[in-house]
Design a protein around this ligand. Sequence first.
Ligand SMILES: C[S@@+](CC[C@H](N)C(=O)[O-])C[C@H]1O[C@@H](n2cnc3c(N)ncnc32)[C@H](O)[C@@H]1O
Length: 216
Amino acid sequence: MERLIDKTLEDYARAHITALPEALAEIEHYTHAHRPDAAMLSGPLEAALLRLLVLLCPARRVLEIGLFTGYSALAMASALPADGELLSCEKDPEAIAIAQRFFDRTPYGRKIRIRAGLALDTLEALRGQVFDLVFLDADKENYPLYYDRALPLLRPGGLFVADNTLWSGRVLAPTTPADLAIAAFNRKVQNDPDMDAVLLTVRDGVTVARKKTAAA
Ligand SMILES: C[S@@+](CC[C@H](N)C(=O)[O-])C[C@H]1O[C@@H](n2cnc3c(N)ncnc32)[C@H](O)[C@@H]1O
């Protein structure tokens, strides 16, 4: 992932967020030490944003598509009420094992249920369930499909949040299947009459869209 904003400014922003749960720094440290693909981890700035969105929604049930080592899941779970729950989809057994070990060590972790396997299959199995917030952060080629499959699960007034929607700037001249899928996803969200959306220039781009209610 290429940096889209000046590093000094991003470090400044990162230094001015509310303190995050200690376990997040532990997951970040462990992931960087043990996983060559550690750059996939969203990081503190986005964790702070996700926590705030969970609180503002307010969300009790969250669906995450793309758990990795559990960083964003634990960030969101830490903002859920005591009876809240977060379901997270992940296909990588090693990442699941790492995440579960961290979840077992924190009180927030008990709110998280991991759904192992391909996320599209899990979404199919979840049909009929209702979520207050969906966070999409898995394989980019499927972003438009995930949107179509997850949106029916989102309650009116709920939030659909998607990571990497600036895709290191490649949305400006998309060529690969992943580039094209993210660009298509961004158009889909923008043109959806049922959503109010903004593409935030946080980190690699974070889309936040609210499903309209009958009132607005
Ligand atoms: C960018 S990482 C998620 C990062 C995580 N949200 C965080 O902030 O730390 C994407 C994850 O999606 C998983 N993934 C990719 N394709 C998937 C699929 N089809 N079904 C389930 N998980 C998938 C990958 O194994 C990877 O762990």
